[in-house]
Design a protein around this ligand. Structure first.
Ligand code: ASP
Length: 364
């Protein structure tokens, strides 16, 4: 829907995927996506006076049900419209998995971007008059008209790099944080962009979409006393292509029997199935843990994820594995190089998702 009646500040493509920001309360009290996604436009009717909007009702889901095929669909929807003259894209999305989708879309489209891609959502449904649905949508549209060349999450008073953000609260309007990287902007009367933000940069005709994400990735969050043998059937299953262990602290994984994970990591390596170590905290150090238990996991062949958030590590691992599997299938990569290639790609910074050993880049 393009309204060209009067001059507006920017031309924005609004992609609706679902989430609380568009939900309605049913008679039984449950919150559900709207019957007609176009109802979403009623959230902020005044937008029509501020920007020129094209609305794309792409899907209508609680983001709990968003899966990697949906990440691909969101990235494709943006890529297909890349030359349509939009100043920016806004993706309305549920908060539960917004940080996964924002990371995935960032990897799919690469860096830098010629326009901002702004994910937003809300904690309350539009019916709550003091809630955040209307204001977050308006703010996201404003952010999408700025000179930003990144996938970002605009939520409450902040704009974060999407692949650095994670959800921190289930109810407060200040729902997201960026634990290892500065906010890209503060939303006050002015939207104050910080110098760490990448400006929009044109990509040219050879810009390719890379929006495949592998299936068969499992993740286990470590707890004291977890028996590694319980995970063997998962690793041995044909479906499983790789495992992410959510470690304690800075990449630390138990290395003392009977709970040592070292044998499992070794075994997985022999199966040619990578084990990735992310952290229950977005620590700064799964790349260089100083602790013995972290080193033991590294020495056994586990791949650290530096200071990436877990959601980013999950999206990246699926993205890396899809490319490696494809190159193996096309005989562009020799099978014995698979594990090294997965490790190399996991430790390459593609879209500003992690600090690498040689750069400071403004991380906290
Ligand atoms: N369950 C909702 C969703 O992620 C929560 C939200 O949007 O805040 O779609």
């Amino acid at each position: 829907m393009i309204n060209k009646m009067h001059k507006r500040e920017a031309r924005i493509c609004l992609i609706f995927t679902g989430g609380t920001i568009g939900m309605q309360r049913r008679a039984d009290g449950t919150l559900q996506p709207p019957d007609n996604p176009r109802d979403f436009l009623r959230v902020a009717p005044e937008l029509d006076n501020i920007i020129e909007l094209e609305f794309v009702p792409l899907m209508n889901k609680d983001s709990t049900n968003i899966n990697p095929t949906d990440w691909t669909a969101i990235a494709e929807a943006i890529f297909e419209r890349r030359n349509d003259g939009f100043d920016g894209f806004v993706v309305a999305h549920g908060t539960d998995t917004m940080h996964f989708s924002a990371s995935a879309v960032a990897f799919a489209l690469g860096a830098p971007l010629p326009f901002p891609i702004v994910f937003t959502g809300s904690q309350t449904i539009p019916e709550v008059s003091h809630g955040d649905a209307r204001i977050n949508l308006i703010r996201a549209c404003k952010v999408a008209s700025l000179d930003i060349g990144e996938v970002v999450i605009s939520f409450g008073d902040y704009v974060f790099r999407g692949c650095r953000a994670q959800k921190k609260d289930e109810a407060k309007f200040d729902a997201f944080e960026s634990p290892a990287f500065f906010p890209l902007a503060y939303i006050t009367e002015q939207i104050v962009l910080q110098p760490v933000t990448h400006a929009a940069t044109s990509r040219g005709d050879d810009w390719e979409l890379n929006a495949k994400f592998a299936s068969g990735i499992a993740q286990v969050s470590l707890i004291p006393g977890l028996e590694p043998e319980m995970l063997e059937p998962v690793l041995l299953s044909e479906q499983c292509k790789g495992l992410i262990l959510l470690s304690f602290g800075a990449g630390n994984v138990p290395h003392e029997d009977p709970y040592s994970f070292v044998k499992l990591i070794h075994g997985s390596r022999e199966l040619n199935k990578p084990v990735v170590i992310a952290s229950q905290f977005p620590a700064n150090a799964t790349l260089h843990t100083a602790y013995e238990p972290g080193k033991a996991a590294r020495n056994a062949g586990a791949i650290p994820t530096g200071n990436m958030t877990n959601s980013c590590a999950v999206a990246k691992f699926r993205w890396v594995m899809a490319q490696v599997e494809e190159r193996l299938a096309n005989a562009e990569l020799e099978p014995h190089k698979k594990m090294r290639e997965v490790e190399r790609m996991m430790q390459t910074d593609y879209v500003g998702e992690m600090d690498t050993p040689n750069d400071e880049k403004g991380s906290k």
